[in-house]
Design a protein around this ligand. Sequence first.
Ligand SMILES: [Zn+2]
Length: 275
Amino acid sequence: MNLNLPELINLYFAALSFAWGACIGSFANVCIYRIPRGESVVKPRSHCPHCGRTIAWYDNIPLFSIFALRQKCRNCAGPIASRYFFVELVSAAIFMLIWLRYGLDARTPVYMLMVLGLVVGSFIDVDHLILPDRITVGGMLIGPALSLAFPALHGEQSHYLGLRASLIGLAFGAGLLGLIAGLGTAAFKREAMGMGDVKLMGAIGALLGWQACLFTVMLSSLIGAGVGVALIALRSKTFGSKIPYGPFIAIAAVAWMLGGSDLWDAYIRFIMMPE
Ligand SMILES: [Zn+2]
């Protein structure tokens, strides 16, 4: 391999983004556990869910400690769930991919923050079938504020146009999913999607624009249908009678960040072709 200096620096920051993502994933694990229980996400320090002993910093190193401890608490030998590792690894990988795609850009830190919200929201939805307002309404408030500060998030130059794109995205996302949720409830005589999903799509629109909402609705319903069919085929009882929809929305929104927007641009170029 023959790397020049800019490439080396880029790889260095990619590795740094991976490590940073693992740390944020570790924080996401805390949020996933504590937010639904109404606990503070900053204090007290992490403790073992089995024996209550505070976890030492060297037993709480993202991606590593779980192996060093052989998935057992040092104090009581209670099991440590594999999901902690999974959440850290997924966050680390997505953070690295965001850096590799956007580099030094306003979108990089904003998308990383979004990934934290999407990961936390998804796993809370899996555990409790709710999407907390702290995540969804939080995103609907932060989206327009960040778009006003960084209009480049929506490919705009002026602050006003950034804010406008964000508010259009918010209204479009929440409106579109609200419509689908309403039609779904009318068709199936039961609530297939909740207000949490509607608010989450509003937040995605506010941060990624209305085009992202169209893409996210299409891709998430494809994933949801695939997962639904697989669960029926496997006769799985993983989710009982109700499947959380938030994770599918989150996966689709991340897919938009990491390449879906290119597909969209290619599609627009295709239909706009003069001949
Ligand atoms: Zn313990």
